[in-house]
Design a protein around this ligand. Structure first.
Ligand code: FRU
Length: 499
């Protein structure tokens, strides 16, 4: 029996002792962060007995990735979260090397977690990725089933390598449980495997749902499959997806494919593929269906391979989740908007109508706390470039810049904050996305939360998310134009969660 140094008791006591020592400077206000330590992927995002549960990849002891636990929180509205005891620690033979990503589902009133265990194979002196189940009656205390691992590498198709097989997303369809799990092929590409079960404990391999090509990266992570607006939607996070135009510039990307699953053959046929978020920090999204049947997505607002300022500065924490976003498919394309619940936490501070600017940059407002939302509609018929410096102070600024003729939006952290290095060929300080305007109208819904910016463009047809770590408190924003612009409406609200 493999003995692990990690237990739930040890993790929970560590958190209790250290949570008040975390440096708050860059801690977000209305985005989810862990009580201590490092987080990455959202896991087990689920609506269970009237509340939303969010689990997450968690290394409580350090602001760097390490032996993976599952942190846990719950919420009534997905904005205010209550931290709960750590749900999983790497403390059994099947997961002693880490409890990697996975998902959750309710069955007979119990909450099941399906996750990847990193299992040591002592005879071969290596690790294997296997799938495990843990069950809870109360949604707080989880017991790992004695049958773990419930899926191991022996079930893999022959084109798969044994080392990379992870991130099960479980769902139910017509009384049958399915799980989509990613695996690496011998050709160094990603694929999604479909497994099937009647009881969540005994699983059989059904099919290769989708096999990636070279242009889709060297491995896939964190699959999610669901129905939305009459389509089958497959979400994936490919590693090293080659750049294409404005897309896939980060070392790892998150993509959405809209298409159709043939449930007889177990194959997914794609009709469209797009990058989900065109910012610098967005990865491993996972979705749930909310109490009203909406599809809600949340993601890790960070990127692999990057230096983490809050780790470098020894703040005791690293990583946050995006705002939960409502998804819709329109014309086979994804659109996203912040969930409505955020409106309950916002106070409108200023409202303007018909601001006219001509070849000038105007500081519009200052604000007392950098947790806010700016919504605007502008007519760009006579503009060459239109930009927002948000947030800014006398030395630093994040810039959102729209080149009207080219139809290209750029979001940059080049001139703001602590440096962030990455594993990309050259340090990435900005991203771009193509935005076709209709009737010259640009609509922006921008959320700032101390160290994050999320920009929803034209009703969420495109989104850009990015972290910033300003050196000074940032208290202003400015709008500028080359040419002429009329800002039909501009609203600035503060957002505050908690006391
Ligand atoms: C994605 C990922 C998953 C894995 C987890 C480990 O960000 O690499 O594939 O399960 O993180 O923390």
């Amino acid at each position: 029996m493999t003995m692990s140094n990690y237990t739930l008791l040890k993790a929970n006591s560590y958190i209790e002792e250290h949570k008040d020592k975390i440096v708050q400077d860059y801690r977000l206000n209305y985005h989810f962060t862990a009580p201590t330590g490092w987080i990455n992927d959202p896991n087990g995002f689920v609506f269970y007995k009237g509340e939303y549960h969010l689990f997450y990849q968690f290394h409580p002891y350090n602001s760097e990735w390490g032996p993976m636990h599952w942190g846990h929180a719950k919420s009534k509205d997905m904005i205010t979260w209550e931290h709960l005891p750590v749900a999983l620690a790497p403390d059994t033979p099947a997961d002693a090397g880490g409890c990697f990503s996975g998902s959750a589902i309710e069955k007979d009133g119990n909450l099941y977690l399906m996750y990847t265990g990193i299992m040591h194979v002592e005879t071969e002196n290596k690790t294997q990725q296997v799938q495990c189940i843990a069950v809870s009656k109360d949604g707080i205390n989880f017991e790992k089933v004695k049958q773990n691992p419930i899926i191991d590498a022996s079930s893999l198709p022959i084109n798969a390598v044994q080392e990379d097989f992870r991130d099960p997303k479980v769902f139910e369809r017509n009384g049958i449980y399915y799980s989509v799990i990613v695996s690496k092929t011998k050709k160094e590409t990603g694929q999604v495997l479909l497994y099937k079960s009647l009881d969540l404990i005994n699983w059989e391999f059904k099919s290769i749902l989708l096999e990636g090509q070279e242009e889709h990266g060297v491995m896939w992570e964190c699959p999610d499959l669901f129905e939305l607006n009459g389509h089958d939607v497959l979400i994936l996070s490919p590693i090293q997806m080659p750049k294409k135009g404005h897309e896939f510039h980060n070392t790892s990307s998150s993509i959405v494919m809209v298409g159709r699953v043939d449930w007889n053959t177990g194959k997914f046929v794609k009709s469209t593929l797009q990058e989900i978020d065109h910012g610098l920090d967005f990865y491993a999204p996972q979705t749930l269906q909310d109490a009203n049947g909406n599809r809600i997505m949340i993601a890790w607002m960070q990127m692999w391979g990057r230096t983490q300022p809050t780790h470098v500065e020894r703040h005791g924490w690293a990583g946050a989740m995006t705002l939960p976003r409502v998804l819709e498919i329109k014309n086979e394309q994804l659109s996203q908007k912040a969930i409505n619940e955020i409106n309950h936490y916002q106070t409108v501070e200023k409202e303007y109508h018909n601001i006219y600017l001509e070849n000038e940059t105007k500081t519009v407002d200052s604000f007392s706390e950098p947790s806010l939302r700016i919504q605007l509609n502008a007519n760009l018929e006579n503009a060459k470039t239109f930009f927002i410096e948000l947030p800014k102070n006398e030395d630093e600024k994040a810039v959102l810049l729209f080149q009207v003729e080219e139809g290209v939006m750029e979001l940059s952290r080049e001139y703001i904050g602590l440096p962030i290095l990455g594993s990309e060929d050259a340090t990435l300080v900005k991203r771009t996305v193509s935005i076709p305007l209709i009737d010259n109208q640009l609509q922006l819904d921008i959320f700032i939360d101390k160290s994050s910016i999320e920009v929803f463009i034209n009703g969420g047809r495109e989104v850009m998310s990015m972290t910033i770590f300003p050196l000074k408190a940032v208290y202003e924003y400015a709008i500028g134009v080359n040419g002429k612009v009329t800002i039909n409406e501009l609203q600035h609200s503060s957002i505050h969660v908690g006391e």
